[in-house]
Design a protein around this ligand. Structure first.
Ligand SMILES: Cc1cc2nc3c(=O)[nH]c(=O)nc-3n(C[C@H](O)[C@H](O)[C@H](O)COP(=O)(O)O)c2cc1C
Length: 304
């Protein structure tokens, strides 16, 4: 990279603003055959829970125009396995490691955060799109009250920089963002997937065994830009923007909307090299536009 690409999100340094999105890059092992992981700004690991989870039944993936639906259901080996077997390896990769965590109660999320507190992980990303069993299964992130409760619980259990990942399946993203901020979030990431459904017209069965799933990919990009722009104006903590980014231009647009860094997810499934191509494209665009430091563009949208 010729230009200055380093960013800092809530005190955490990233060598460039690109973070691979949780659940779309595993822990990076499969991608190391394509390029060295130290080229990435950061890796957000697959959502990790207190106990191992098998996830939902198959089919768990459905294609959609300009995107995909998934209902993987947080399949993961659990926090103890991650800390013992995967984290030591990940920490040798010379990139910033973000632990994406989830749970079905605020206490379960707090327990995972507490275990990470004594490790060398760089940052925690709390996924509040997961269902809260105590509150009838509605996701924590769909009400300001439950969002506040789960973020406060996790905040009490860890001193690590805490990023809260917001669900877009809400009426007012700003209300939830403010609740997360007041509960002690150091940063926000948005957006997670949008709830969707496909049906096979011949069998009349939903394509996903779970009936519904999360929509990701280029189809959701304008929704993500809109939400990042709204939240940027309403909170004082940094935002990591994501949802449908598949090109350097998309990433730049997301930063202009207000993101200090960005996540790339589904684009990696279509092209494993997309993170590398996006970074090269940003560097080229900066040179062409005489932008020496990527931080200069954050939140610079000129509203009508
Ligand atoms: C197969 C799949 C699994 C995912 N798993 C998680 C997860 O475990 N935790 C989480 O916070 N987000 C998860 N996500 C959401 C992504 O991290 C990302 O927020 C979302 O897909 C939107 O970005 P994209 O359009 O660039 O993929 C997953 C997405 C996909 C497609």
């Amino acid at each position: 990279m010729i230009n200055k690409m380093t960013v800092n999100v809530a005190g955490v340094d990233f060598k460039n603003p690109l973070i691979t999105a949780s659940g779309t890059f595993g822990y990076g092992r499969e991608y190391e055959q394509f390029y060295s992981l130290d080229k990435l700004g950061g890796i957000s690991i697959k959502g990790t829970t207190d106990k191992p989870r098998m996830g939902n039944l198959s089919p768990r993936i459905a294609e959609t125009p300009m995107g995909m639906l998934n209902s993987v259901g947080l399949e993961n080996p659990g926090i103890d396995y991650f800390i013992e077997e995967t984290l030591p390896w990940l920490l040798t990769k010379n990139t910033t490691i973000v632990a994406n965590i989830a749970g079905s109660t605020p206490e379960a999320c707090g327990e995972v955060a507490e275990k990470l507190d004594s490790t060398d992980i760089h940052m925690i990303e709390l996924n509040i799109s997961c269902p809260n069993v105590k509150q009838g299964g509605a996701a924590f992130g769909t009400s300001a009250k439950t969002a506040y409760d789960v973020v406060s619980k996790v905040r009490q259990k860890t001193k690590k920089p805490l990023m809260v990942k917001l669900s877009p399946n809400v009426t007012s993203i700003v209300e939830i963002a403010k609740a997360a901020q007041s509960a002690g979030a150091d940063a926000l990431s948005l957006i997670n997937t949008l709830l969707g459904m496909r049906i096979d017209i011949n069998t009349k069965r939903p394509i996903l065994r779970n009936n519904v799933g999360g929509l990701s990919g280029p189809a959701i990009f304008p929704v993500a830009v809109r939400m990042v722009w709204q939240v940027y104006k309403a909170v004082d903590i940094p935002i990591v923007g994501g949802g449908g980014i598949s090109s350097a231009e998309d990433a730049i647009e997301m930063m202009i909307a207000g993101a200090s860094a960005f996540q790339v997810g589904t684009a990696i499934f279509t092209d494993p090299y997309s993170p590398i191509n996006i970074l090269d494209g940003i560097d080229k665009w900066m040179t062409e536009n005489n932008i020496k430091d990527i931080n200069e563009i954050v939140g610079t949208v000129l509203e009508w």
